[in-house]
Ligand binder design. Structure first.
Ligand SMILES: CC(C)(COP(=O)(O)OP(=O)(O)OC[C@H]1O[C@@H](n2cnc3c(N)ncnc32)[C@H](O)[C@@H]1OP(=O)(O)O)[C@@H](O)C(=O)NCCC(=O)NCCS
Length: 153
């Protein structure tokens, strides 16, 4: 059986935290109740290879906690998780995705995210713990406006 990309389940929580810690990403504000924010990629044995989340704020979302296990990097899993998060966000009526990153802005810019100032970010997103307390002020803020595919008439 090939790897599968799926919504996270409650039992995935410890493995997600391990994956994020290994990738050097903050986990302080993640509790088991937050598993619903996540999608994961699991290998044929069920071991998690990648995870990523969208923290919802009404019509905005904060993409966060995107990590691929080191041996699985460079094979397209990061892109697959990001695309899936964007699709799920659109399905939930989210039209703007924000994110903060310290070292991976090139990856996100390649996927359509554009740099914005922190001040351009809605107050409710800025007030989140990820923004206000966990990520350093030097982190780059990025935004992607989500649009539905154009339908030909
Ligand atoms: C960033 C990360 C998620 C990328 O995952 P990945 O599975 O290795 O990336 P992919 O294989 O899907 O890469 C897709 C494309 O992005 C490119 N890419 C990957 N990492 C990149 C980087 N750091 N900078 C620029 N481009 C990058 C790849 O070359 C590929 O392009 P191509 O299709 O033209 O070859 C992964 O490196 C990671 O887990 N890093 C540590 C955690 C982290 O910093 N997360 C982001 C903060 S939330």
């Amino acid at each position: 059986m090939p790897a599968v990309l799926r919504a996270a389940r409650p039992g995935d929580y410890p493995e997600i935290i391990g994956l994020l810690q290994h990738a050097g990403l903050p986990v302080d504000d993640l509790s088991a109740a937050r598993f619903g924010w996540f999608v994961v990629v699991a290998d044929a044995q069920g071991k998690l290879l990648a995870a990523g989340a969208t923290e919802p704020f009404g019509s905005c979302g904060l993409v966060r906690s995107l990590a691929v296990s080191e041996p699985a990097r460079g094979a397209g899993l990061g892109r697959a998780v990001l695309r899936n998060l964007e699709k799920r966000a659109l399905d939930r009526g989210i039209s703007s995705l924000y994110l903060l990153t310290t070292g991976q802005s090139a990856f996100f810019e390649e996927h359509g995210y554009q740099r914005v100032t922190r001040e351009a970010i809605p107050e409710e997103v800025r007030a989140s713990r990820q923004f206000s307390a966990i990520c350093p002020a030097s982190a780059t803020s990025l935004l992607k406006r989500l649009t539905l595919p154009m339908v030909k008439s």
